[in-house]
Design a protein around this ligand. Sequence first.
Ligand SMILES: *[C@@H]1O[C@H](CO)[C@@H](O)[C@H](O)[C@H]1NC(C)=O
Ligand SMILES: *[C@@H]1O[C@H](CO)[C@@H](O)[C@H](O)[C@H]1NC(C)=O
Length: 487
Amino acid sequence: MLPLVFAATLIAPAVGAAAEPRRVATRGDGIIRSPINAIPGPAPKLRIRQNEVQVENQRDGTRYGVEVEVGTPPQKVTLILDTGSPDTWVNPSCETANVPADCAAFPHFDYTQSSSLNETGVEDILVYGIGNATIQYVYETVTIGSATIENQIIGVATESHSIPLGILGVSPPVQGTNEYPYVLDTMAEQGLINSRAFSLDLRGVDNPNGAIIFGGIDTGKYIGELAKLPMLSPEESPGGADRYYVTMTGVGVTLPDGEVTQSEEINVAVFLDSGSTLSHLPTPIYQAFAEAFGDAQFDPTTGYYFVPCDVTELAGSVDFYFGSKAIRVPLNDFIWQVEGYCMLGILPNDDEPILGDTFLRAAYVVFDQDNRNIHIAQAANCDTNLVAIGSGADAVPSSTGQCTELPTPTGSSGGRQTLDVTATRAPTNTFTGTAPTGVAIGPGPKVSGTANVSPTATGNSAAGRGVEVGLGAVVLFGVVNVLASML
Ligand SMILES: *[C@@H]1O[C@H](CO)[C@@H](O)[C@H](O)[C@H]1NC(C)=O
Ligand SMILES: *[C@@H]1O[C@H](CO)[C@@H](O)[C@H](O)[C@H]1NC(C)=O
């Protein structure tokens, strides 16, 4: 079990309580805070290569988990927090997980012990960037922080591949329309939050106690103003998918001596995906970053660029620009450290560019699904001050972060150098060692091309999209036996 510090607070809004005087929104109203933790990978197998320092603490923040309670009486399970998919499900098959022992170390949900579970009889297959899960949809009670959601549709996996933990999905419907009410929808519908919005504070690799706050922001966790960026419509997004896409207008690198290099203005649609361990950016950007790290060695097998681990101790950052807002990711957070290896936190992707955990660790992000805006600021940690997100067009308060501004990089050579993200380059140094194996990375986004099944619509199987399972057995033996035969 992970040692989770649970400090959730919920003061339910007074909406609907007719006898009580109508309260104005006060601090804490409609806010659900839940800790979010970097889940370490399996026990480190340290292999020390030439020119590489040993990492004393394994800080391979490969996935970020939230502890939730499912069923009645409540059972604790840890789920991967995923802004790249909308569905929530439990019980991965550990035998076919990428690292079976890692998966088996987490508790599973025992459906036979829950009195609130209600079957839908509908099965679905969810396909992710890495892995897939066959689930049966059920209605269940789900508690996140101290907010209890009744009759939430979740999946109970009957089979899964390459996924070590269940998933708490908080993305918009990738296809554009809801198949059923997702967790964020139900929270708003049941009055637990004022609108479908949450903020995410993943935190740096050395600072494990991040949080997700449904219905609120914490002004003690960022610097300066939140920049409001419109979420791109599916028509504007690569692949026509509805995701948390925004326009990235530049990239750059701040060198340890403070010198800033920055690209020309670019216009790249990227989506923010907490379920992706690494960032996946267009090839010229990936190559430009690699070139900025003179020692990086390219591994043709995996596409990773290996760097000496002592680079993580240097000052400097990898920078991402959204209009006038710069998010500077410290090297320690951008470089992915796993099994004694250090790799740049980026891979190439020209089709659906992603800013994953190697970006999100340095950003404070508010996801406002109702207004289709993303608000973003440089993450920091100086206080705790929860402010509720209301409803309507200005739901997200324009509160200034309380943390102190980072020093503006000054640049030793007095000017901004250009990072060329237009050229294509061949890697100069090739990695000749053995890449790490058995790495448990995040699932990546839900694949947008798959037709989903709606557990609520009638005639699913008649439409040829869904698989209705276990109906006869439900009548004869009830829920438990149906599930038992599948699990
Ligand atoms: C399950 O669903 C049925 C039909 O909607 C309902 O009558 C029943 O109360 C539900 N049971 C639970 C435990 O929610
Ligand atoms: C799920 O993953 C397994 C293992 O990679 C694969 O054999 C299977 O075809 C996948 N199923 C779907 C529907 O993608």
